[in-house]
Design a protein around this ligand. Structure first.
Ligand SMILES: NC(=O)c1ccc[n+]([C@@H]2O[C@H](COP(=O)([O-])OP(=O)(O)OC[C@H]3O[C@@H](n4cnc5c(N)ncnc54)[C@H](O)[C@@H]3O)[C@@H](O)[C@H]2O)c1
Ligand SMILES: [Zn+2]
Ligand SMILES: [Zn+2]
Length: 378
């Protein structure tokens, strides 16, 4: 059936209010407007940030405007394109992006950053460039988390916030490159710029932390110390390249002291993949003086991190990363190639696969530390 130009009615997981499970609803997805692309979503990873929007609002993340459809780590096929779209055609395999790459703004023209700010303000409000979302349910506008919403059978995104990938890409795996895996992998390679022979510490071994471990290994780190308070994560950490695993709960001393001792003065690179301001401080304190680099990867937009200025005076560098520093449109297809050529692991992140109507179970698995990534298959 040709759906171009028509409103599509489909299933989606609607988050009506924070703190409450999502409910599976029939939603209406409007046709794409100018410079927009409507996508049939095939698969979506479930990221901590999705869960956080629903269950940590006000504590770790800001309140986003509900009702909202979460999901931002997805893959799919273009169903139709709006006026003025030249780079996409129906049938193209694509990954929506949590940061756009317009290719024209000062950020896009600079090699120093991936933080294209075009449409950014709208994305943070859960709407597209014209200030509205394309999805409605029961007569109400439903906001699109990050301007994306992959917990829906169809969605509409801006044409600068989506990238075309190769035709033979395995959609239920490469969706992970839409957020968590690219973020961690790039945090090590692009932001920390981990060096061969170096000693690295990674705090938090969810998909983001494990991808960070994978990035440290790819960069040639000699020691990769993986830290988590959930020891169930250590088996996977070794698979991705961790040389040692440490559980802070096994030590009576503060973990930064343990790590500084283990590394004879601190690690060269420390990456925080938890999203907890206390852990961020601990990560900085686990860095070697003179040249240690600490990268904040975990997300919080409400907490404040404390630090001793002397830690910086003594030569440590504190940095943060968003989406691993990747210039999104041009980089993600290359990471898809790397996966298809078996140069990058993705299968190993997937612990569960569930249908859309079980999406709340995926949140429970993540919350209980039982999953790395659940793939929601449409
Ligand atoms: N910077 C970005 O662009 C970006 C992108 C995606 C996700 N994130 C953020 O990255 C973080 C990780 O995401 P994820 O999907 O891997 O989450 P996750 O929940 O799967 O993993 C977090 C891990 O941290 C561990 N942890 C909790 N407290 C700890 C502590 N005190 N010390 C050590 N480990 C601890 C947990 O046991 C868990 O294994 C989240 O904050 C998420 O919002 C940031
Ligand atoms: Zn730009
Ligand atoms: Zn994410």
């Amino acid at each position: 059936m040709n759906t171009k130009g028509q409103v599509i009615t489909c299933k989606a997981a609607v988050a009506w209010e924070h703190g409450k499970p999502m409910s599976i609803e029939d939603v209406e997805v409007a046709p794409p407007k100018a410079h927009e692309v409507r996508i049939k979503i095939c698969a979506s990873g479930v990221c901590h940030t999705d869960w956080g929007m629903l269950y940590e609002a006000g504590r770790r993340v800001k309140h986003w405007p509900f009702p909202m459809i979460l999901g931002h780590e997805g893959s799919g096929v273009v169903e139709s394109v709006g006026p003025g779209v030249s780079k996409f055609s129906p049938g193209d395999k694509v990954i929506p992006l949590i940061v756009p790459q317009c290719g024209e703004c000062d950020r896009c023209l600079s090699p120093k950053t991936n933080l294209c700010k075009t449409n950014w303000h709208n994305s943070l409000r859960g709407v597209l460039a014209d200030g509205t979302s394309r999805i409605t349910c029961k007569g109400r506008q439903v906001n699109q988390f990050m301007g994306i919403s992959t917990f829906s059978e169809y969605t509409v995104v801006s044409d600068i916030g989506v990238t075309k990938i190769r035709d033979d890409a395995t959609l239920d795996r490469v969706c992970l490159l839409g957020c968590g895996v690219s973020t961690g992998y790039g945090a090590a390679l692009n932001t920390a710029k981990v060096e061969p022979g170096s000693t690295c510490v990674v705090f938090g071994l969810g998909a983001v932390g494990l991808a960070t471990v994978m990035g440290c290994k790819a960069a040639g780190a000699a020691r990769i110390i993986a830290v988590d308070i959930n020891p169930d994560k250590f088996v996977k950490a070794k698979v991705f390249g961790a040389t040692e695993c440490v559980n802070p709960k096994d030590h009576s001393k503060p973990i930064q002291e343990v790590l500084v001792e283990m590394t004879n003065g601190g690690a060269d690179f420390v990456l925080e993949c938890v999203g907890n301001v206390a852990v961020m401080r601990t990560a900085l304190d686990s860095c070697r003086d003179a040249w240690g680099v600490c990268v904040v990867v975990g997300w919080t937009d409400v907490g404040e991190m404390s630090l001793l200025p002397m830690a910086l005076l003594m030569g440590r560098t504190l940095k943060g990363t968003y989406f691993g520093g990747w210039k999104s449109v041009e980089s993600i297809p290359k990471l898809v190639d790397d996966y298809m050529k078996k140069k990058l692991m993705l299968d190993e992140f997937v612990t569960h696969t569930l249908a859309l109507d079980h999406v709340n179970e995926a949140f429970q698995l993540l919350q209980n530390g039982k999953s790395i990534r659940t793939i929601i298959k449409m």
